[in-house]
Ligand binder design. Structure first.
Ligand code: ADP
Length: 251
């Protein structure tokens, strides 16, 4: 009986993960479609000379750039997720000026956030010690958290990106004033493929891998990741990166 029950659990698990993978493939295709369509439509309009006035042309060029950036972010996430799954992901750790990295990534996201009606509030202290990190990986963490804030926090029209120096770490938090996350979802959102069943979430496109990549990267850096949220009140994700043994002591 016990054995049978165990087998049942195994089968259920395998089925669940096969369903989740099928959903994932469908979600990726779905998410690819929208930027590709936008780029094609805008490109065709330009090609046919349908847009002539200065402002309209600018809108078309901007849309093509933003939609291709969105496409790149999605493809980067899928490729990274596959590499992580294969155990092939390697990070190049170097002493970096994290302050500069966070500021430039935040600034690069300002236009795509503004395009969705969100103001970005950067709160970054002047003096911070260098930290040993993989630049591209930390950039991806920030982009994933900021993209989620844009997606699920759109109605709040505000995104906060804040850095703080703690005793033996640097904390980076991304906040929004959007739909928020229930306690039961908070326990699961870092799992791969997991998406809340909330209709407010299902209305938005997504693949359910963004936060699992964030979690993996932060673990690989010896850091930690937490979420603080009340449904309807927005969410704050905080990444804690340890200061290396060579980091200068804080004043
Ligand atoms: P995706 O956004 O593609 O669904 P993620 O792994 O990035 O996948 O996020 C997993 C889930 O966590 C989302 O589906 C959503 O339920 C929840 N979530 C993530 N960020 C936020 C946020 N800022 N506000 C509300 N819910 C969020």
């Amino acid at each position: 009986m016990q054995q049978y029950k165990n087998k049942g659990h195994v089968i259920t698990f395998v089925k669940l993960s096969a369903n989740m993978k099928a959903d994932f493939a469908a979600n990726v295709s779905h998410e690819l479609r929208s930027p590709i369509t936008q780029i094609r439509l805008k490109g065709e309009a330009l090609q046919l000379g349908l847009t002539t006035d200065e402002e309209d042309l600018r809108r078309h060029y901007d849309a093509i750039v933003h939609e291709s950036e969105r496409l790149s972010r999605l493809v980067d996430n899928v490729l990274d997720f596959a590499a992580i799954e294969r155990g092939a992901k390697r990070y190049q750790m170097r002493q970096e000026d994290l302050r500069l990295l966070v500021a430039t990534t935040g600034e690069a996201m300002r236009a795509p956030l503004a395009a969705r009606g969100l103001a970005l509030d950067l709160d970054i202290p002047e003096d911070l010690p260098q930290v040993e990190v993989d630049r591209e990986a930390v950039k991806q963490v920030l982009i994933n958290l900021l993209s989620n804030a844009a997606k699920y926090g759109a109605e709040g029209k505000w995104v906060g990106l804040r850095m703080r120096l703690a005793l033996d770490s640097i904390d980076i938090s991304v906040s929004d004033r959007g739909i928020g996350i229930s306690k039961s979802d908070q326990a699961r959102i870092f799992e791969e493929f997991y998406r809340s069943s909330d209709t407010n979430v299902r209305r938005k496109k997504g693949t359910g891998i963004g936060l699992s990549i964030v979690r993996y990267i932060i673990n690989a850096h010896g850091g930690s990741l937490s979420v603080d949220s009340e449904p309807g009140q927005g969410a704050t994700f905080t990444v804690t990166l340890p200061l290396g043994p060579n980091a200068p002591a804080s004043e």
